[in-house]
Unconditional design. Structure first.
Length: 140
């Protein structure tokens, strides 16, 4: 697994529910934000992906809520890729409060979709290696 990449996020008031907690759907937005920030840091843009005829797809996501997040909380959202054989990869993410408390753990299975064939590519790691200026951020 790669070393976790992370991005800071501040919980905004409009992202909370009637109890004042971060709305459950927003955790997915934070995870997606961290994943795209990692791609950008590694030198991969959406334009480059589409230009190559591929795009990342989420196949499964699980969120484990550990502690509440409230408006104004400062968090770091981590992102680390795990590579195995085959067409898919895992992404492990953690939402960590400023005091080190884990607020949520997000595990996802992803793949790279061939946009013409509408099928997963056989070796997603090869796509990241080819497009990234810094594939080490993906643990490659």
């Amino acid at each position: 697994m790669s070393e976790p990449f992370s991005v800071p996020v501040t919980v905004r008031g409009y992202e909370t529910d009637v109890q004042g907690h971060l709305n459950q759907a927003v955790y997915l937005n934070y995870a997606e934000h961290a994943r795209w920030a990692l791609l950008q840091a590694a030198g991969i843009t959406q334009t480059a992906l589409v230009g190559t005829g591929v795009g990342p797809v989420a196949l499964e996501t699980t969120i484990r809520y550990r502690r509440e997040l409230l408006a104004g909380d400062e968090v770091e959202v981590t992102c680390a890729f795990e590579w195995g054989g085959g067409k898919t990869f895992r992404i492990e993410q953690t939402v960590v409060k400023a005091d080190g408390t884990v607020a949520a753990e997000i595990s996802a299975v992803g793949g790279i979709l061939d946009l013409v064939r509408r099928k997963l590519v056989a070796d997603p790691a090869a796509v990241f290696r080819k497009l990234a200026s810094d594939p080490g951020l993906f643990g490659l």
